[in-house]
Design a protein around this ligand. Structure first.
Ligand code: FE
Ligand code: FE
Ligand code: ZN
Length: 283
């Protein structure tokens, strides 16, 4: 099973791999560029080479880059959309060159312009991203739409919206979905009491074959609150019993699982140890 956390690459990729190993992980997620600004660091090819070798020798699962929060393909403002398209193109190329498989992106916020217009803009934007890229050179790389809590005018809290985007674009084989336990619960999907039903409804709306990874976070706010505040495992509304059930689910065990809890390295190490022991534990 592939478990990891969101880690900093400020000291390079190799040191992020080392940090992943220190917390007992065998995958990780990183920001492709400054999450609130949007500037990207230059890639050090020696650092990346060493990082890829380390990942291979320790049997790492697929790595995930996370696009910055400033990306909004659904924005009514043209300049914002243009930045999003430019950054996503660059980041997909970056993902490939650092040996990562997935680029996670928040679908966007319509900022009062309405969900339908927002969805149309996201589809148009993604079509431009992919039509401008040399796709054969990006073999194996996928963009993952993240399921959201539905804060403000956020799009992507409903499975039907994620499906509408995926189905709407011309490059469906390049686009999958990443779900987040905190976002699901805040969006109103009761994974705590009905994990199987939620997965079934995802399967009906989108198709489980398009689900590529999971973010695992507890939620500071209750079911349906539409508030996106991550808590450490066991310190939110989902609770430790939920995560035991979750990690023991055969479908979940096939996916790379990434912690985005507020905790530091020590908390991540404890959470990963907890999750790994929960799998082994007798019922
Ligand atoms: Fe995210
Ligand atoms: Fe997330
Ligand atoms: Zn979140």
């Amino acid at each position: 099973m592939y478990l990891g956390a969101h880690l900093s690459i400020s000291q390079g990729y190799r040191s992020a791999v080392t940090a992943a190993l220190e917390i007992g992980g065998n995958t990780f997620q990183f920001f492709t560029r400054n999450p609130r600004g949007g500037r990207a660091k230059k890639i050090d090819s020696r650092d990346v080479e060493q990082s890829i070798k380390l990942c291979q020798s320790f049997g790492f699962g697929p790595l995930i880059g996370h696009a910055p929060y400033t990306i909004n393909l659904a924005s009514p403002t043209e300049r914002t959309r243009e930045f999003a398209i430019m950054a996503l193109k660059e980041d997909l190329v970056r993902i490939k060159s650092v040996g990562a498989a997935y680029l996670a992106v928040h679908p966007g916020s319509h900022v009062g312009d309405g969900i339908d217009r927002g969805l149309t803009r996201i589809i148009e934007g993604l079509n431009r991203v992919f039509s401008d890229l040399d796709l054969p050179a990006l073999d194996g790389v996928m963009l993952l739409l993240e399921g959201m809590a539905g804060e403000g005018s956020e799009i992507g809290n409903l499975f039907e919206q994620l499906n509408c985007i995926r189905r709407g674009i011309k490059y469906q084989d390049r686009v999958g979905v990443i779900l987040d336990t905190c976002h699901l619960y805040a969006a109103g999907y009761d994974i705590k009491n009905n994990l199987n039903q939620v997965l079934e409804s995802f399967d009906r709306a989108v198709g489980l074959e398009h689900l590529k990874a999971f973010h695992i976070n507890d939620s500071k706010y209750p079911l349906g609150s539409r508030r996106d505040r991550h808590a450490n495992l066991g310190e939110g509304y989902l609770g430790l019993d939920f995560f035991i059930k979750f990690i023991r689910h055969p479908l979940i065990q096939e996916l790379p699982l990434i912690l985005e809890t507020p905790g530091d390295i020590t908390v991540y190490a404890n959470e990963i140890a907890f999750l790994r022991s929960a799998i082994k534990r007798d019922q």
